[in-house]
Design a protein around this ligand. Structure first.
Ligand SMILES: [Zn+2]
Length: 352
């Protein structure tokens, strides 16, 4: 069997070693590990997909989608942390913020950038589980480059790691640092597309992508995900009532699902999202392909099967030229087969 979908990736994606995550006050091992990328790459290569090295891109688009200060922060925070002696002198081997400038803290004061690195570590971050280490920046940039697959592909898959859909214009978290899918969508617009549909099938709501495009009609965002109101990350976003605002009113659609939802409920919801996307007549589709809705995944309570992902791949690719962006997915033994299923489903459409 040959899987006719280019797999675009950067070796640099392996250099990000979060070294765990601080969750509810305890540093756990974490599941967003470099081995994820290797498992995905090897399974797709074994299925016959061509592995294509990501081309380096400048930061023009990246700095359009994100606050340039966030980009600069991520590029420099490890070096500053290291220079301040935190790893060597204090046993702090990763950047972990401890204070966050919430709206309630500031009460209307201007948002400063504190000179002390430990003070500003939380300036652009919103949780304690998204750690930065020595190789993180190279991987973060490599993931963005992978998402910028050459325009004109009918179907391509970007093996982005770390994932990105939880990153807003100026805040990172949820094991994500820069929003690969949002940058990919912006690139398609820059290449001439008038309207993009982003379909997010990660198990978790892509709060970052939603908010980046919340007031824009040129990028429609639709997501199916485990109901944040049932106790799931990102907790503060992903509800049905969030429909966009201003010129983007009506261009955002959330379909939260009950924990335990399997193929039937998941694919019914995806069918509804696809119908809505199709009605817009998108010039291209960006799919946030999280594989963590799988029944085997440790990070979500959804119960989707490999066959479900195959059907999902076919459904999203039928909407038009499609870029699949890797998001979550953490069960190493099954991750490769899930990705192969999703891409194989998508490929059946692309080559009809
Ligand atoms: Zn997820």
């Amino acid at each position: 069997m040959t899987l006719p979908v280019p797999v675009v990736w950067s070796e640099d994606c392996l250099r990000h070693e979060p070294g765990g995550e601080v969750w509810l006050g305890v540093r756990d091992q974490g599941t967003e590990v470099p081995a994820r990328a290797l498992v995905l790459r090897d399974a797709l290569a074994a299925a016959g997909a061509p592995i294509v090295p990501a081309r380096p891109h400048d930061e023009l688009l990246l700095r359009t989608v994100h606050d340039p200060d966030l980009v600069d922060h991520l590029a420099g925070i490890w070096d500053a942390w290291s220079a301040a002696g935190f790893p060597a002198d204090y046993g702090r081997d990763r950047v972990v913020p401890y204070v966050f400038p919430t709206a309630g803290l500031l009460g209307g004061l201007p948002l400063r950038t504190p000179p002390a690195v430990h003070g500003r570590a939380g300036r652009f971050c919103y949780d304690t589980m998204t750690l930065v280490g020595p190789g993180s920046w190279a991987a973060i940039r490599g993931a963005v480059d992978a998402g910028l697959v050459s325009s004109g592909e009918r179907l391509a898959y970007a093996l982005c790691r770390p994932p990105g859909h939880h990153v807003t214009r100026d805040a990172y978290g949820g094991s994500c640092y820069l929003n690969n899918a949002a940058v990919a969508a912006q690139a398609l617009l820059a290449a001439g597309a008038r309207r993009i549909a982003i379909i997010d099938i990660d198990a978790h709501h892509g709060n970052g992508t939603q908010m980046i495009f919340y007031e824009r009609p040129d990028v429609w965002y639709g997501s199916l995900h485990v109901d944040p109101g049932a106790g799931w990350f990102p907790h503060y976003a992903g509800y049905t009532a969030e429909r966009g605002a201003g010129p983007g009113e009506g261009f955002n659609r959330n379909l939260p699902l009950a924990p335990g939802t399997g193929d039937d409920g998941w694919l019914t919801a995806l069918d509804a999202l696809c119908a809505e996307a199709r009605a817009l007549g998108p010039d291209a589709v960006v799919v946030s392909l999280g594989l963590d809705a799988a029944a085997t995944d440790p990070e979500s309570p959804l119960r989707v099967t490999e066959a479900g992902y195959r059907t999902a791949g076919r459904m999203v690719a039928s909407l038009g030229p499609t870029v699949l962006i890797q998001e979550g997915g953490y069960d190493l033994p099954t991750l490769g087969a899930l990705a192969v299923a999703a891409l194989a489903g998508a490929a059946t459409v692309a080559h009809e």
